[in-house]
Design a protein around this ligand. Sequence first.
Ligand SMILES: Cc1cc2nc3c(=O)[nH]c(=O)nc-3n(C[C@H](O)[C@H](O)[C@H](O)COP(=O)(O)OP(=O)(O)OC[C@H]3O[C@@H](n4cnc5c(N)ncnc54)[C@H](O)[C@@H]3O)c2cc1C
Length: 490
Amino acid sequence: MNQTTKSCVIVGSGISGIAAAIRMRNKGYVVSVFEANAFPGGKLSTESNAGYRFDMGPSVLTMPEYVDELFVLSGKNPREYFNYIPLDPVYRYFFEDGTIVDGHHGKENYAMKMSEKMSDSKEAIVKYLNKTEEMYNLTEEVFLQNSLHKFKNFMTKRALKGILNFGKIGAFDTMNTANQKAFKDPRLVQILNRYSTYNGSSPYLAPATLNVISHLEIDKGAFYPIGGMRSITDSLVKLAKEIGVTFHFSTPVREILTENKKVKGVRTDNGNFNFDVVISNMDVYNSYLKLLPNAKKPEKTLNQPKSSSGIIFYWGIKHSFSQLGLHNILFSKNYEEEFDSIFSKKTVYNDPTIYVNITSKHTKSDAPAGCENWFAFINVPNNSGQNWDELVNQAREAMINKINRLLKTDIRSMIECELVLEPRSIEERTSSAFGAIYGNASNNKFAAFMRHPNFSKEIKGLYFCGGSVHPGPSIPLCLLSAKITSGLVS
Ligand SMILES: Cc1cc2nc3c(=O)[nH]c(=O)nc-3n(C[C@H](O)[C@H](O)[C@H](O)COP(=O)(O)OP(=O)(O)OC[C@H]3O[C@@H](n4cnc5c(N)ncnc54)[C@H](O)[C@@H]3O)c2cc1C
């Protein structure tokens, strides 16, 4: 570890904030993390209720190598802190016409099993997955690995190859158009369109470039961390503390202090603290609004349309469902109408696609014997003042009815406890503007360029990391965000 006498503060201990703290400490900085909550992790946190444990946010882990990288960087063996298993199948999909199909790991395997239930051939599916792999390879360096806002990053051989092949990355079609061109079976199109929701966008608006997400999950693989998603946060906080990062919980930062266009430190309820570098892991919209009231604001970037949000019921279920796996999707009948409800009508759809995640399928201690811990999620609009008390009640009814219909059961009497998150409480818990889970939406082909950079163009020493800035949301991208940000600090 290098040693400097410089100090750095991280505002927020989301996954990206924790990763940035570890990276800055490895650069030799004296690092403090100020976190508003009494617990770390932001969206990647855990709660318990009546004998059930729930991961409150992310449930699907892709690219775990970016978690491992932080341990290796710190001279530790990741396997002594954090471990995970590959999933196969990854998802079980349920359709209203009675079709049940599993999404498997690996191109060949996925295509073979999918083609048994769909009217498209194995060859067509493999061809599609090869194409998404090619798109990923063309876009990874420019869009994911480096700052999009430093000219020199466009001058590498791989970046130039990506730029020269712009026509191949799907920027001119929507995801849905590209998927409809590739496949006859509307159910397969619906399965692949769903990847737009991984960054809170609509497949009918988002560019087909986002089809790369299917490559990451289907081909590179999805994983289950031993002990649940909370083990990512727990193990990284343990590592950060071991290498000397100091955490201050229940300590919201009230202001980022600046002088002559340079950061000076932060103000909390306990006073002012000087730091050489400030990295804000708080949602960038709220960072400007709440912490930098006098700074010049990049209005165009901040005012981009925001992503969808979610209503999540964390249910303790007094029953075990053999037909369900770890990740289950119960699809709506009309996907286009569902996304129109979310992004145009800005309300909850009456037949929403439901995601049911059950970690007790793998971690038995997450629920009492014979019971299951259900994380039942639907995509909803972000908060623009809707009547959420009413919409949550409507959503609960619609979800219970749909689950009962598709699983041929009656879960109403099986729900023995409930926690709920909805857009307002998501914002309260994590400071995500409007309760949008994924920052800006990616509903147009310029969205990637309109995310805020990882640094301030106006204030020296001020940086940003996390799902609301480049390269975007999800655990792997937030880990890359921390890597890019810390790489920009000298
Ligand atoms: C329901 C749900 C499901 C998801 N599913 C997946 C999934 O399956 N796979 C996946 O990869 N991703 C998923 N995501 C997205 C992923 O969780 C996020 O992109 C990622 O966790 C965001 O991390 P972050 O570092 O941006 O910080 P956040 O998690 O947003 O945390 C920010 C932290 O900063 C703190 N903070 C804010 N303001 C201040 C302040 N002024 N002072 C001090 N502290 C402050 C907050 O309290 C919070 O702890 C999901 C998210 C949700 C909500």
